[in-house]
Write a protein that binds this ligand. Structure first.
Ligand SMILES: [Fe+2]
Ligand SMILES: [Fe+2]
Length: 551
C-alpha cells in the first residue's frame, strides 16, 4: 500500500514511538495521502489498536479526513466518530507531502457511542470486555485531547527528525567508509608507482588492490599491441582474482573490450539481459570496463567482472574506484614510456661509447655488444630475474671501457707484447672501474667491470679472487668475453672453430671458469651472436691472421 506513496522511513518512526504513546492511551498509525493505513506492527494483544484500526468504519472516516487535510497547509485535529479524535502530522519527503502520522486519542465517550459495538465486531473482540478495559485504562478526558494530541504529534515529529538524522549519519558513515577504501587503494597504487621499471608489477598491484577493495570475482587490465608502448605490457592481459579460466582463454574477449571502451568514461556490460553483450557472459556478470588512456588515446581497459553477493548491480562507488585506478594506470604508463625512452637513450649512449673503444682495435669491433648479448643469454639460462638480466647486459656493454686508458699502440700491436705492455693492458678493469664508479646508474655493474678477468682458480687479475668470491656478474662476463675473444680473429691469430672454442670452455670449467656456468654457456643458442659477428665483419673487414700470444 505505502510502498510507492509513503516514505518507508515514516513507518520506522511510528514504530520507534508507538509503544511509548500507547502507554498513555494514544494509538499511532501512518497513512498515505489517499488515507490508506500502513500495516501496523502493534502486538496482536493490543486491543485498542485493533478496535481503532481494524474496522472499515473508522478507516472510511480517516480516508474522508485525509481528503480534507490534503488541501490544508496545517491540517488540524478532527473527531472521527464520537470519542475518537485524530490529529494528523504531515510526513514530508523531498519537499512533498507523502502521508500522515495519525495520533488517535480515544476518550470515554467512545465506549458509550453507538459505533463501539461495530468497532469491536470488526476487530473480532468482545464488546463488553473491551468496554471494561477502556474504563480501566482511564482514557484521556475530552478536555485534554487537544493537549495530548499536540504532545504526541510533537513526539512523532521529533522521532521523524531523529530518524532522518540517523539515516544521514548512516549515509555519511557509508560514504566515509567508501572514501577510506578509495584513499587506501589509491595510496597503495601511488606507492607502487615509484617502481617505474616494472610496469607489469605495478599493474598487478593495482588490480590486486582493486580486488581487495571491491567485491568482484576478478579484476584485470588488457593492453593494446603497441610498438611504441611499454614493452612488457604490450598486448598483455593481467588478471587478479579467479576468472574461472586461463588468461589465454580470456584474451580474445578482453581484446574486444578494448575496442568497445569509450575514451571518456566507464561502460557497464550486462551479458545476462543485453543480447549485444551476451558473448561476454563467460567473463562474468556484470562487466565494468574503463579506458586506460595515454596521450589522450585509449591504450587498454581496466576490467572488473562477476560481482559477488546478492546485489549484482555495479554501484557508483565501484565505477569511481575502477575509474581512479584506470587513471593512475594511464599516468603510470606515461611515466613508464618516458622512463623507457630514457633507458633506451642511456643504453644507446653506453653502446656508442663501448663501440668507439672497441673500434680502437679493428679486430675487436663489436666485441662489447657481443659480450653483452652472450652474458645476458647466460644470465637468463642461470635463472636470474628480469632486472638482473638487464643489468648483466649493461655490465657486458661497459666491461672493457677501461681500454680507453690503454695506448692504441699496445691494443693494436701485432705479435708478442712486452711485459710492460701486458701490464698496461691488465690495468683496463681498474681503469674502467674508476671511470664508471661515480655514475649512480652503473653502481651495481661495477663488480662485473672490475673482476671480469678473474679466474675461478684464483690466477686471474686484478685481485686474484677465486671461486664464488668472484662476483656473479664478473663470472658471467668472463665466459662471454673469452668465447668472443676465441671466436674472433685477433692481431695475433685467426678465429677459432666453434667446436674448438666450446671444447676449450668445457676443458677450462673449474680452472678458468665457474664450473656450474660453463655447461650452461655451452648449451646457449649462438645464432644471434653469429648474426652480430657477420654484421660487425661487414662494418670492418679484418686483416688476415697474424700468430702471436693469446690475451
Ligand atoms: Fe677485458
Ligand atoms: Fe673484453
Amino acid at each position: 500500500v505505502t510502498q510507492h506513496t509513503l516514505h518507508p522511513a515514516a513507518e520506522t518512526t511510528a514504530t520507534s514511538i508507538r509503544a511509548r504513546l500507547r502507554e498513555s492511551g494514544v494509538v499511532l498509525a501512518v497513512c498515505d495521502c489517499a488515507g490508506v493505513i500502513a500495516p501496523s506492527d502493534a502486538p496482536s494483544d493490543d486491543w485498542l489498536s485493533r478496535i481503532l484500526l481494524d474496522s472499515t468504519l473508522l478507516r472510511r472516516s480517516i480516508e474522508r479526513a485525509v481528503a480534507g487535510w490534503n488541501d490544508a497547509d496545517d491540517p488540524s485535529c478532527v473527531e472521527l466518530m464520537p470519542g475518537c479524535w485524530c490529529t494528523p502530522v504531515p510526513i514530508v519527503s523531498r519537499r512533498k507531502r507523502t502521508g500522515y502520522g495519525l495520533v488517535l486519542v480515544p476518550t470515554i465517550e467512545l465506549r458509550d457511542s453507538e459505533q463501539f459495538q461495530a468497532l469491536c465486531q470488526s476487530a473480532r473482540l468482545d464488546a463488553e470486555v473491551c468496554a471494561c478495559a477502556l474504563t480501566a485504562a482511564k482514557p484521556v478526558p475530552a478536555s485534554e485531547v487537544a493537549r495530548i494530541a499536540r504532545l504526541a504529534g510533537d513526539a512523532f515529529r521529533d522521532a521523524q527528525r531523529l530518524d532522518e538524522a540517523t539515516r544521514t549519519m548512516d549515509s555519511v558513515g557509508q560514504q566515509l567508509a567508501e572514501s577510506y577504501e578509495e584513499i587506501s587503494l589509491l595510496y597503495t597504487i601511488s606507492q607502487s608507482m615509484t617502481v617505474v621499471q616494472q610496469p607489469r608489477r605495478f599493474v598487478n598491484t593495482a588490480c590486486q588492490g582493486l580486488l581487495d577493495t571491491l567485491a568482484y570475482r576478478w579484476i584485470g587490465a588488457q593492453f593494446l599491441d603497441e610498438p611504441d608502448g611499454s614493452r612488457s605490457l604490450s598486448g598483455r592481459l593481467i588478471v587478479a582474482g579467479d576468472a574461472g579460466r586461463g588468461v589465454d582463454d580470456l584474451v580474445p574477449l578482453t581484446r574486444l573490450l578494448v575496442e568497445m571502451a569509450p575514451a571518456d568514461g566507464p561502460l557497464v556490460l550486462d551479458p545476462a539481459s543485453n543480447a549485444d553483450h551476451a558473448m561476454f557472459a563467460p567473463l562474468g556478470q556484470p562487466i565494468i570496463i574503463h579506458p586506460i588512456c595515454r596521450d589522450g588515446r585509449v591504450r587498454g581497459v581496466m576490467i572488473a567482472a562477476g560481482k559477488k553477493g546478492d546485489d549484482r548491480a555495479a554501484t557508483s562507488a565501484d565505477l569511481k574506484l575502477i575509474g581512479a585506478t584506470a587513471t593512475h594506470t594511464g599516468i603510470f604508463l606515461e611515466n613508464a614510456a618516458l622512463y623507457e625512452d630514457m633507458d633506451t637513450m642511456f643504453l644507446g649512449t653506453l653502446e656508442a661509447i663501448s663501440a668507439s673503444i672497441d673500434a680502437k682495435d679493428r679486430y675487436t669491433c663489436g666485441h662489447s655488444q657481443r659480450v653483452a648479448l652472450l652474458a645476458q643469454q647466460l644470465a637468463v639460462a642461470a635463472g636470474l630475474d628480469e632486472e638482473a638480466v638487464r643489468r648483466v647486459h649493461v655490465a657486458g656493454l661497459v666491461h672493457d671501457v677501461g681500454k680507453i686508458g690503454v695506448p692504441e699502440s699496445v691494443l693494436c700491436k701485432p705479435g708478442r707484447l712486452t711485459e710492460a705492455e701486458f701490464a698496461s693492458i691488465r690495468q683496463h678493469p681498474e681503469i674502467g672501474f674508476r671511470i664508471l664508479k661515480d655514475i649512480p646508474q652503473l653502481r651495481d655493474v661495477l663488480p662485473g667491470v672490475l673482476h671480469h678477468h678473474e679466474r675461478w682458480d684464483g690466477r686471474g687479475y686484478p685481485h686474484g679472487l677465486a671461486g664464488e668470491s668472484i662476483p656473479l656478474f664478473a663470472r658471467l662476463i668472463a665466459l662471454a668475453d673469452s668465447f668472443d675473444a676465441m671466436s674472433s680473429t685477433r692481431t695475433y691469430r685467426a678465429a677459432r672453430e666453434r667446436s674448438w672454442v666450446l671444447d676449450e670452455i668445457r676443458r677450462s670449467a673449474g680452472t678458468q671458469f665457474d664450473p656450474r656456468l660453463a655447461p650452461l654457456f655451452i648449451e646457449l643458442d649462438f645464432s644471434e651472436f653469429d648474426r652480430l659477428i657477420s654484421e660487425h665483419r661487414a662494418i670492418d673487414t679484418p686483416l688476415h691472421s697474424i700468430t702471436g700470444e693469446a690475451a
